[in-house]
Ligand binder design. Structure first.
Ligand code: DOR
Ligand code: ZN
Length: 431
């Protein structure tokens, strides 16, 4: 008996913004690309740009521990609506994801929800305390097959611990993602150290606290021959250090957040803690340098640092507020606003920074793939001409801490497909 394969045809989509085609999908795989294809089911994608599904190397899903702000289910919904097909869930949960029990829980729950591939990030050190290495090998060999390790939220500050971590991850073919912040230089820090923080009376978070760690870690990674990934680059000086390190062959990659591309510390004058984030919003000159560095490849990719926080942890005085902002559902639009509209990236470039490079950095074999016959139908369909207004309360996350409240943004994700299955459509997740 022959099996009947249902085919889905995406009509009139423009791969990477180029000429429109029909894309036939059978059993999760692209089986034909051409004109006038027909199938059992069709999706009208006239005028839409088809891109490989986005991969986020830096997401806080808050489960286990803070399910009042986000769960693997709600975060997966936000991700799918935002065009993501894979996310890396940071380890600073409660309990910390520093062992195989927690990482396997996150991985399994992600599979049950089934909207995006949820890959747990393992902690580098036990309890994120920066002292004793966590069981990296056990997490790597667990069902979750952890390949990205990070103490994000905190820096692996001790150079000997960082060296040992790099040695271990080199042997495991894994990557350390460093939250670069020299803690001795940021005691009590509340805002980017500069004129504005001085005027507002907020303790400064100097750029050098980030740059010194990135420089040190690039030297360590080169010495060990290991790979290093730098989280949420926020300063022009860090981009300069990365340019130097890459030029001399260091195996380093780096991400930038949408908020550091768009926003700057002028925002702080309202004292609204929705703008409090770690690393802090820097100067307009830093943001401009980061956009340039993303365009020229010094910065490899965009990662959201999606950080949901409860209202009581944000609607309070600045110093008591937790750092972080939502990002999954607004990332594409911010990249369009900061990179596509000014001509710094075309749609091929968007595919590179949102999907291909992050998939390569994390070693995902079936994400960030070209839109070609034989490849997985793991796609984001984007309306390049749409404009929409951000409302935190309407986002799929439980928390609502978006810095873009009320802003009208360009570009919208119309549908997301994960291995041929539609996971979000018209702003709603399908599960
Ligand atoms: O703003 C931030 N929020 N930066 C981090 O490094 C951690 C994150 C969080 O967990 O809220
Ligand atoms: Zn961080």
């Amino acid at each position: 008996m022959s099996t009947v394969n249902n085919t889905l045809v995406i009509k009139g989509a423009k791969p990477y913004g180029e000429d429109p085609v029909d894309i036939e999908v059978t059993d999760g795989v692209i089986t034909a690309i051409g004109p006038d294809l027909t199938g059992d089911e069709t999706v009208d994608a006239t005028g839409l740009v088809a891109l490989p599904g986005f991969v986020d190397l830096h997401t806080h899903l808050r489960e286990p521990g803070r399910e009042d702000t986000e769960t693997i289910e709600t975060g997966s919904r936000a991700a799918a609506i935002g065009g993501y097909t894979a996310v890396f869930a940071m380890a600073n949960t409660d309990p910390v994801a520093d062992n195989s029990v927690v990482v396997e829980h996150v991985w399994r729950r992600g599979r049950e929800v089934g909207l995006v591939d949820v890959h747990p990030v393992g902690a580098v050190t036990v309890g994120l305390k920066g002292q004793q290495l966590a069981e990296l090998g056990t997490m790597a060999r667990s069902a979750a097959r952890v390949r990205l390790f990070s103490d994000d939220g905190l820096c692996v500050a001790d150079p000997l611990v960082m060296r040992r971590a790099l040695e271990y991850t080199k042997a495991l073919d894994a990557v350390i993602a460093q939250h670069a912040e020299e803690p001795r230089l940021t005691v009590g820090a509340q805002a980017h150290e500069g004129d504005l923080a001085a005027r507002l009376g907020l303790a400064g978070w100097p750029s050098v606290a980030e740059e010194a760690i990135v420089a040190r870690d690039c030297l360590l990674a080169r010495h060990v021959g290991a790979r290093l990934h730098v989280c949420h680059v926020s300063t022009e000086g860090t981009a300069e250090v990365l340019r130097w390190a890459k030029a001399r062959g260091t195996r380093v990659s780096a991400e930038v957040t949408p908020h550091h591309l768009l926003l700057d510390d002028e925002r702080l004058s309202t004292y609204d803690p929705v703008n409090k984030v770690n690393p802090p919003l820097r100067t307009a000159a830093d943001a401009k340098a980061l956009r340039q560095a993303l365009a020229d490849g010094t910065l490899d990719c965009v990662a959201t640092d999606h950080a949901p926080h409860a209202a009581q942890d944000k609607d309070c005085e600045w110093s008591a507020a937790r750092p972080g902002m939502l990002g999954l559902q607004t990332a594409l639009s911010i990249v369009v606003e900061t990179m596509v509209v000014p001509g710094l990236l075309d749609w091929r470039g968007v595919a590179r920074v949102m999907s291909e490079r992050p998939a390569e950095i994390a070693g995902l074999p079936d994400q960030g793939r070209p839109i070609e016959v034989g490849e997985p139908a793991t796609l984001a369909l984007v309306d390049p001409d749409a404009r929409w207004t951000v409302r935190g309360a309407d986002l799929a996350s439980i928390a609502a801490n978006t810095p873009y409240e009320g802003m009208e943004l360009p570009g919208a994700v119309v549908a997301t497909l994960l291995r041929g299955r539609i996971t979000a459509r018209d702003g709603k997740a399908t599960a």
